[in-house]
Write a protein that binds this ligand. Structure first.
Ligand code: RAM
Length: 348
């Protein structure tokens, strides 16, 4: 039952005997074998899949979870979503522990911190739970697979290209990010800095501030940036929470149309700011597809169809076939740019 335990960076965090005790105490999984070795066809596999976003109350994650739920229902599993209200480094730990005690087949997690949830994930994995990260990865040693929305290079470049175009390729810009430890935003910001240095010598990145993926904090940080840097030409916000809050601030301020704003947003949250001229263009991918793909990857791990090795392939329903790349990463696709011409075509 526990033959698939892997030794990770922290070693095997829970012994087979201890894991068996945990499952016995909690009544084991509702079906199947707790995500253990089910022999390939998945007939008796434990297809309960729990989604754990960075925080609840974020429309981006509402959409990714809806995509996950659609997939789980398609393959006849049991879907759940749990999560903290705050996107802080350790706020997800207790949810991971509870899911492991309940004996879910897989956890699908967007991490607030690359390391802070690793011990809890290792324990869950030791108890037979498959661990899929999506959107924001952990240290690769703490999960089986990462479902990446688009390459970090691509996500960084599209945002730099957009702000460069919007400010005439010169002047001061700032970044309004999510939480300070977010794996995804930090990777993108590092690459944005490289892209600016390499190809946009007249753009100066004056500061990176953190709105913690909280609407009010992001709104207040926008106001503070504009006060601190009177010459500011643009803001890049690589978070759907941040860009929407910044747009709301700009839209009723003297800066509307004067200070450019771009980054990553959902069409539904940004529509009014594109229509009122606060924002001209921003980017994203389809969060529903991301959740859908992550759920199918979880299923493939649970049934033993794949182990997460490079070169493994699996079917993801309506999205077709996917292959595991280097570092246990599966790539969804390319980022997409939304503007006044196409935003009406999208509803998420
Ligand atoms: C927010 C979250 C999420 C990120 C998007 C772009 O919803 O920070 O992790 O991928 O923005």
């Amino acid at each position: 039952m526990f033959t698939k335990q892997r030794s990770r960076r922290f070693g095997v965090a829970i012994t087979a005997a201890a894991a068996a005790t945990v499952l016995a105490l909690t009544g084991c999984a509702s079906s199947g074998d707790g995500g253990g070795d089910s022999g390939g066809d998945g007939g008796d596999a434990n297809l309960s899949v729990t989604f754990l976003p960075k925080n609840l109350g974020n429309p981006y994650f509402d959409t990714s979870s809806a995509g996950g739920q659609e997939a789980v229902e398609e393959f006849g599993g049991e879907f759940a979503e749990v999560g903290p209200t705050e996107a802080s480094p350790t706020s997800q730990v207790s949810f991971i522990q509870t899911a492991a005690q309940q004996g879910v087949g897989a956890l699908v997690v967007s991490a607030n911190d690359p390391e802070a949830i690793c011990d809890a994930l290792d324990e869950a994995s030791g108890a037979g739970v498959k661990v899929v990260t999506f959107d924001s990865d952990t240290n690769p040693e703490c999960r089986d697979l990462f479902i990446n929305q688009a390459t970090a290079e691509g996500i960084a470049k599209i945002q730099v290209d957009l702000i460069a175009e919007q400010i005439g390729d010169e002047g001061q810009v700032a970044v309004l990010s999510a939480s300070a430890n977010a794996t995804n935003q930090n990777a993108w910001i590092e690459m944005m800095e490289e892209e600016l240095a390499a190809n946009h010598p007249d753009i100066e990145l004056v500061e990176v501030v953190y709105g913690d993926d909280d609407d009010q904090t992001s709104f207040d940080k926008t106001a503070a940036l504009l006060q601190t840097y009177p010459e500011l030409k643009g803001i890049i916000s690589p978070t759907t929470v941040g860009i929407a809050a910044a747009a709301r601030y700009l839209s009723t301020s003297e800066y509307q149309g004067q200070v450019a704003l771009t980054g990553l947003g959902t069409p539904n949250q940004m529509r009014e700011y594109v229509e009122d001229g606060t924002v001209t263009a921003f980017a994203l991918w389809n969060p529903a597809d991301l959740g859908y793909l992550a759920a199918y990857a979880a299923q493939a791990l649970i049934t033993g169809e794949i182990t997460g090795e490079e070169g493994d392939t699996f079917e993801a329903g309506k999205l077709g076939s996917y292959e595991v790349g280097a570092d246990g990463t599966v790539l969804l696709g390319d980022p997409y740019v939304f503007d006044a011409d196409n935003i009406g075509d999208f509803d998420f």
